[in-house]
Design a protein around this ligand. Structure first.
Ligand code: DON
Length: 613
């Protein structure tokens, strides 16, 4: 068994990279396949959808069965999540979508929330100049102009199959809102959590919806959302204009005004306006593209930090002898010699390399990343081979918490999320992460329109060195400014094997742990040859530069953790109660039979279309 694992390690080295390069020169190369191989761009035998609620997955699968493509299915799934998964699915939030066609260029869309034009950093501070955390979490100052309604429509308009109308994609979500659905265990449990309950009952509309008669909805009860159904109907008929203007927009502004009066009238006449809503734009961005061991990795650029951190960590690690270390580890295990490692050959030394690489990339994130429309983001420099090499050689056998961010040679100019992955039969992929930020966002529910508003503005660095909800610190690059988008960690990612066909579609919720969750599943799958299910199930760790210790889920083996502390001077903090991320991923192996894996840490599911023999 070990033998076959090892014989696969140096798999597609030069050969497949060459195929990728040749193919990118044009389709004429295909007929001249120099390796006499079968079609290097085979399409999958079936499409697949994976997301965090079974009802939403069913909606997406139905769209694929009706002849819709991955973009159509992703939009319908996301709209269904906005109804059945109010903790994170949303109309009142934002996110990022990555479209990777079977052949041709990848495309990404930024529909991140923006800061209303009237907001200033001083609104978030008390008289002593200190940040008041609640303001950016559960008052109107938390709420960015929502991006999802425009983002989802743009994904449909730009890449939908054209076979299915937008109204048809909205129809299942409307039905779920109008006729109701049974509250599942996850929603019922979240509604009972004291901190979430406090936030939701403080808002009259959220209280009425989720705590009718003062009691939290229970598992199995029907949640009917007529106001949301009406909002979705207007959106289905009128597109984004029916959200960003007219009764829905009016209801958002009124709700925020009332919430401000309830929470101390801090915002006053600077609150989010109809103009803020009317001028919202979703932005097509160039995806970040890198390579890891012969596979092309496509991910999200700023204002998400996900792609940069993922690619920098992978690039640092690519230069370490991962295979040799694994071989040596497996060899010892075969001989019955004790090693502090996992059975897949993941040694404490390799985990130490992962941690140090993460620490360095997160230091660069904190210093340099922000909204590229407002600040200069030195992406090229942070991913340059010279800088990656400098980072790599600074990693020794022992932890080094005193890592500094990249310094420009000349002064520069200047809770809750959800992910879904889709592949269609033609081999097109969508990887999309959307969020309200914390679970149930700001807890402010637009009563007349039936949806929750985000608390995304907490993702800004409101003051130097002051951590946000996720303990992240930032610099000037991510300071709050009118119309600016807060820095994100969302990491929708697609892998093209050898630069050819799509072989992995992946993403996760989890704040900064999004990046490290996606990264670890990729490493386990691509380097340690774990099947996708085992890679997703495996325990995770998280290192984000500050704090200096590394957080571990409860089920890592103790000898490995001890070796990290004793041999590599790593500070280890085991968190028994916390689960890191919720990866939603699809692997398309060479056989073409997709494997859709929803993280067992939460209640999602994956489904594959019927394979016609
Ligand atoms: O954009 C971000 O990085 C955060 N607002 C994401 C929040 C999140 O993932 C919470 N999910 N569990």
């Amino acid at each position: 068994m070990t033998k076959s694992r090892r014989s696969r390690s140096p798999r597609r080295a030069a050969g497949l990279i060459a195929i990728g390069l040749l193919l990118s020169l044009g389709s004429g190369c295909r007929a001249n396949d120099p390796f006499g191989d079968s079609d290097p761009f085979p399409t999958p035998l079936a499409g697949a959808v994976v997301a965090e609620h079974p009802l939403a997955v069913q909606v997406g699968l139905e769209v694929l069965n009706q002849g819709g493509n991955a973009a159509d299915a992703a939009v319908a799934t996301a709209l269904a999540l906005a109804v059945v998964y109010p903790q994170a699915g949303n109309l009142g939030g934002g996110g990022f979508a990555l479209w990777v066609p079977h052949e041709g260029e990848a495309w990404s869309l930024d529909f991140r929330e923006t800061t209303p034009a009237g907001y200033r950093t001083d609104l978030y501070l008390n008289d002593a100049g200190e940040v008041v955390p609640e303001r950016s979490l559960q008052t109107p100052l938390a709420v960015g102009v929502p991006g999802s309604p425009l983002g989802l429509f743009e994904l449909y308009r730009s890449h939908g199959s054209g076979q299915i109308t937008f109204a048809r994609l909205c129809a299942p979500a409307i039905a779920l809102a109008r006729h109701g659905f049974e509250v599942d265990d996850f929603l019922a449990r979240d509604l009972r959590r004291e901190s979430l309950r406090a936030r939701l009952v403080a808002d009259p509309a959220a209280r009425r919806l989720f705590y009718p008669g003062g009691e939290a909805l229970q598992e199995g009860e029907l949640l009917v959302q007529p106001a949301l159904a009406a909002t979705l109907e207007r959106y289905a008929r009128g597109g984004p204009a029916a959200f960003y203007s007219g009764p829905t927009a009016q209801a958002i502004v009124e709700t925020l005004r009332a919430a401000d009066r309830r929470t101390g009238s801090i915002v006053g006449d600077r609150h989010m306006s109809l103009e803020d809503l009317g001028s919202y734009t979703a932005k097509v961005r160039k995806p970040l593209v890198g390579w890891f061991r012969g596979d092309q990795i496509i991910s999200m650029g700023p204002p998400s930090s996900g792609g940069m951190v993922l690619l920098q960590v992978l690039a640092i690690l690519e230069g370490f002898p991962l295979d040799a270390e694994r071989e040596a580890c497996l060899e010892k295990q075969d001989l019955g010699v004790f090693v502090a490692a996992e059975s897949c050959g993941l040694s404490s030394r390799a985990v130490h390399w992962w941690i140090e690489a993460m620490r360095r990339a997160f230091a660069d994130r904190a210093e340099h990343l922000g909204d590229p429309d407002h600040v200069w983001v030195p992406l090229q420099e942070l991913l340059a081979p010279e800088w990656v090499a400098t980072r790599r050689i600074s990693i020794g056998e022992r932890a080094n918490p005193n890592v500094k961010a990249w310094v420009a040679p000349v002064p520069a100019e200047s809770g809750e999320t959800t992910h879904l992955s889709v592949i269609d039969r033609k081999g097109n992929a969508v990887s999309m992460t959307t969020t309200l930020n914390a679970t149930f966002g700001s807890g402010i529910l637009v009563g007349e329109a039936g949806f929750l508003l985000n608390n995304e503005l907490d993702d800004f660095a409101l003051a130097p060195g002051v951590p946000n909800l996720y303990g992240l610190v930032g610099s000037e690059a991510n300071r709050l400014r009118p119309t600016k988008r807060p820095l994100s960690s969302m990491t929708p990612t697609v892998v093209r094997e050898g630069g050819g066909r799509v072989s992995l579609v992946i993403g996760s919720p989890g704040g900064p742990r999004i990046i490290t969750s996606v990264l670890q599943v990729m490493l386990r799958h691509l380097v340690y040859e774990q099947d996708l299910e085992s890679a997703v199930q495996a325990p995770r760790l998280h290192q984000q530069w500050k704090p200096q210790w590394t957080r571990f889920e409860g089920d890592w083996n103790s000898p490995l953790l001890e070796a990290l502390e004793n041999q590599h001077a790593q500070e280890v903090a085991v968190e028994l109660e916390t689960k890191f991320g919720s990866v939603q991923a699809i692997h398309i192996p060479e056989s073409g039979r997709p494997v859709a894996v929803s993280d067992p840490r939460r209640g999602g599911t994956g489904a594959v279309q019927r394979i016609e023999d």
